[in-house]
Design a protein around this ligand. Structure first.
Ligand code: AMP
Length: 275
């Protein structure tokens, strides 16, 4: 695996990158599953590790973000990743242009998680826009755990007319169904057990849907379910799978964000899909 810390060196290598996988490091099986998806495709794989300060709405969250670079490199080596880019903020700013904030698709970026994390998705679109200019990949692979992020990046591709395919990979969970996340390491042992209720609530919502319970009743049920747990629900809703807008006539996804022990946890589950 060739490691680049300098963007100048990366650009002057004139690589033709096939698949790009952006990460913030502290890699776990969820991240590594994206590499497995990439390896089923053709061509080389470029992973980035960059903790984008601008997308953190809570400064403490940024300051406490776990950094495990040595282990990350070992994991990426073991997966035979071709290129790893670990850029500095100055370098990124020097070699790329910012996303034009006037083009922000606010209907999408200020809804759901964006409603509670002001500026988050705009910052995500900005950093991916910058990476696209530097890496120029054919494809990007993103995890469905951050579902709204995928829809934002698809929108970025449309807005900027990038010839880049956005590929999504399924959520990787632990045995009890908790979605793997770097943030799980901030939970206590008991907290991890409590957090399994998130997956249970998603399964419940799918069961209710399969039993023809109307969407507003499902949402009420899930709020009641959370009232009986120590988890503090930020929101639970059911939306159109493609647009993330309201609607109950097409493919649907249940989306959730909640807090436990001061840690913000997100998850989702497709509850109706024709494909
Ligand atoms: P992050 O390092 O949190 O920015 O995540 C980098 C990429 O890994 C994103 O595309 C995430 O959606 C993806 N990812 C993180 N956790 C998981 C998971 N449990 N399952 C699948 N993909 C994940």
């Amino acid at each position: 695996m060739k490691i680049f810390k300098s963007i100048e060196e990366f650009i002057s290598s004139e690589l033709k990158v096939n698949i790009f996988i952006p990460t913030m490091g502290n890699l776990h099986e969820g991240h590594l599953s994206l590499i497995d998806v990439a390896k089923k495709d053709y061509g080389n794989v470029c992973v980035s590790i960059y903790i984008n300060e601008n997308q953190f709405t809570d400064k403490k969250d940024f300051d406490n973000y776990p950094i495990t670079l040595k282990q990350d490199i070992e994991k990426l080596e073991s997966k035979h990743v071709d290129y790893l880019l670990i850029p500095s903020k100055q370098d990124i700013n020097k070699y790329s242009k910012a996303f034009d904030f006037k083009l922000e698709p606010k209907k999408l970026t200020t809804d759901l998680c964006g409603k509670y994390r002001s500026g988050h998705f705009l910052a995500v679109m900005d950093i991916i826009h910058r990476f696209f200019q530097i890496i120029k990949p054919e494809k990007i692979i993103l995890g469905e755990k951050d579902f709204q992020q995928i829809i934002c990046i698809k929108e970025l591709v449309k807005i900027c007319d990038y010839n880049i395919s956005v590929i999504s990979a399924p959520v990787v969970r632990n045995k009890e169904g908790l979605a793997l996340s770097s943030r799980n390491s901030h939970l206590s042992k008991d907290g991890i057990i409590v957090a399994n209720s998130i997956f249970k609530s998603l399964i419940l919502s799918k069961d209710l849907y399969d039993n023809n319970v109307p969407l507003d009743r499902i949402i009420e049920n899930i709020y009641d379910f959370f009232d009986k747990t120590p988890l503090k629900l930020e929101y639970f809703t059911i939306r159109n799978l493609k647009s993330l807008q309201h609607g109950n006539d097409s493919d649907l996804i249940a989306i959730i964000a909640c807090y436990l022990e001061g840690v913000r946890l997100i998850d989702n589950m497709i509850i109706k899909s024709r494909s």
